[in-house]
Design a protein around this ligand. Structure first.
Ligand code: AMP
Length: 486
């Protein structure tokens, strides 16, 4: 039983968003788009539609297919304008009322919003709003935007929205809708991805291009950092409401988060991952009989490594696809169990062999320890590990669900200590400059980095206002305070 209604909630969202303007099959297209974005969030899915007279909404915990595969579900979302959202929250209870898109009825009409990212001053803003009388319905950071719109002194809805966004800090790719428009926005640094596409005469917004592909939509362009697009029967209006800044797209999208068949901000995710693997092979070669990916996220990096090193690529670990991503299981106990459920060594192939395991990242280190144990158990003679990212030493506060610093293996020990703990013969990570080279840069510009790489560098490009208040403890005690008042 949950005694504190906010228990287990927090402000991290790592999600997928999708929107359609002007298509008779808008809800069915959105269901497909969200399905292609399922990797960005598996805990809940939701859609809001507008049929010219009324808004309709449907949200539910679980996968897109659990909530939107029936004709009845699609029929409920009448209208040619729809937005949809996949939610991924961190450990703890996932509650219905946090499922997006959020919807509010304002004096100017209905407004719905779906958010990928994380606002870094949401607690601070929320505290002020509550003092001024706002009544919050959920504990998502996104809801502060709704209240800031409600309390804005501007009249037109777009001006109110911009006014609200000028007060929030953090990372956000948003899809929103009013009675006559579909709106897409990327934060001033463009941390999370968002693309614009077209299908017949309809416009599409999506977190990634793989969601355009699934419905056969054409790619028009990426939404720019700091850009708002307002799509209506007049066409696409592009606004740049924030002072211009150099974009800092999240580098971890390319390493792990985005789907390999997506193209984000001009780069193929798959090609980038392969290039990271090739750089890794150049930087940290080792004599071995085969390169083995840790499936599935290590596969493109391992292909790049194997091609560059001239070492055979082999599937030495087989993954069971019917188990969810281990990382999202809530307790350590289940995480341990999850890894065993998910992977199995291809014993006949690795016995007596010198193997190079390639994975995309080490977070807590749990996966690596288990996988290596499995390889040794299967009789591998030597086990070398190569990681297609620099050591993850810092949590992400911009929408990727990473644990606290104290749980990050690389924050607790150096590479040699990690090697010992994981139990490999050698361990190497790609260097920061190697990663940037794979991204098509000469090196990382230390003065003015080309990407957000805070998880590796600790260089946070957006203020962490709420963190200065004392991380989750402050958030939760504040939320309890709010709960008490409701
Ligand atoms: P760990 O056992 O904590 O070291 O998990 C590391 C693995 O989790 C990596 O190999 C990635 O494939 C995956 N991973 C990394 N970051 C995330 C994330 N934010 N969400 C889900 N999975 C992740």
């Amino acid at each position: 039983m949950i005694t504190n209604p906010f228990e287990g909630d927090n402000f991290h969202d790592q999600c997928g968003v999708f929107g359609v303007f002007g298509h008779d099959d808008a809800a069915a297209l959105t269901a497909l788009g969200l399905h292609a974005l399922q990797h960005r969030g598996q805990e809940a899915a939701g859609m809001v539609s507008y049929d010219g007279h009324h808004f309709h909404s449907r949200r539910g915990l679980g996968h897109v297919a659990d909530n939107f595969s029936s004709e009845e579900a699609i029929a409920q979302l009448a209208g040619a304008v729809v937005i949809g959202h996949n939610r991924y929250s961190t450990a703890g209870a996932t509650v219905d009322r946090n499922t997006q898109p959020l919807f509010a009825d304002f004096e100017f009409g209905g407004f719905a919003i779906g958010h990928n990212g994380n606002l870094t001053n949401a607690v601070t803003l929320r505290r002020e709003l509550v003092k001024r009388g706002s009544l919050f319905q959920s504990t998502t950071d996104t809801e502060v935007i709704i209240h800031l719109i409600a309390t804005s002194s501007y009249k037109p809805v777009i001006d109110r929205f911009i006014d609200a966004l000028k007060q929030v800090e953090g990372a956000y790719s948003l899809v929103a809708m009013t009675q006559d428009s579909l709106i897409g926005v990327r934060d001033p640094l463009g941390v999370r991805p968002l693309v614009l596409g077209e299908l017949d005469s309809a416009y599409i917004l999506a977190s990634e291009t793989c969601a355009l592909d699934i419905i056969g939509a054409g790619f028009i362009r990426d939404i720019e950092a700091g850009e708002m697009v307002v799509i209506s029967t007049e066409g696409v209006l592009s606004l740049h409401p924030f002072p211009p800044r150099q974009a800092r797209h999240c580098i971890f999208e390319y390493i792990y988060f985005a789907r390999p068949d997506s193209v984000a901000d001009g780069r193929s995710v798959y090609e980038t991952r392969k290039r990271i693997g090739a750089e890794l092979a150049r930087e940290s070669p080792v004599d071995a009989d085969m390169v083995i990916p840790v499936p599935d996220s290590g596969v493109p990096g391992a292909i790049g490594y194997a091609q560059q090193a001239g070492v055979p690529f082999e599937l030495g670990i087989i993954r069971n696809h019917y188990v969810g991503r281990t990382f999202i299981e809530p307790s350590d106990q289940i995480r341990h169990l999850g890894v065993k459920l998910k992977h199995n060594a291809n014993r006949a192939h690795v016995e007596g062999k010198r193997v190079i395991l390639v994975d995309d990242s080490i977070v807590r280190g749990i996966t690596s320890v288990k996988i290596v144990e499995m390889m040794r158990h299967a009789g591998a003679r030597e086990v070398h590990m190569r990681i297609a990212s620099p050591p993850t030493t810092n949590p992400c506060y911009y929408g990727v669900d990473t644990p606290e610093r104290s749980e990050l293996m690389a924050a607790k020990m150096d590479v040699e200590a990690m090697r010992e703990e994981i139990g490999v013969d050698t361990l190497a990570f790609i260097s920061m400059d190697g990663l940037y080279r794979a991204m098509g840069e000469q090196s990382r510009n230390a003065e003015n980095p080309q990407h957000c790489d805070a998880c590796f560098s600790g260089d946070y490009p957006i203020p962490l206002t709420d963190q200065e208040d004392g991380t989750h403890a402050a958030q939760l005690s504040f939320l309890t305070e709010v709960a008490g008042k409701r």
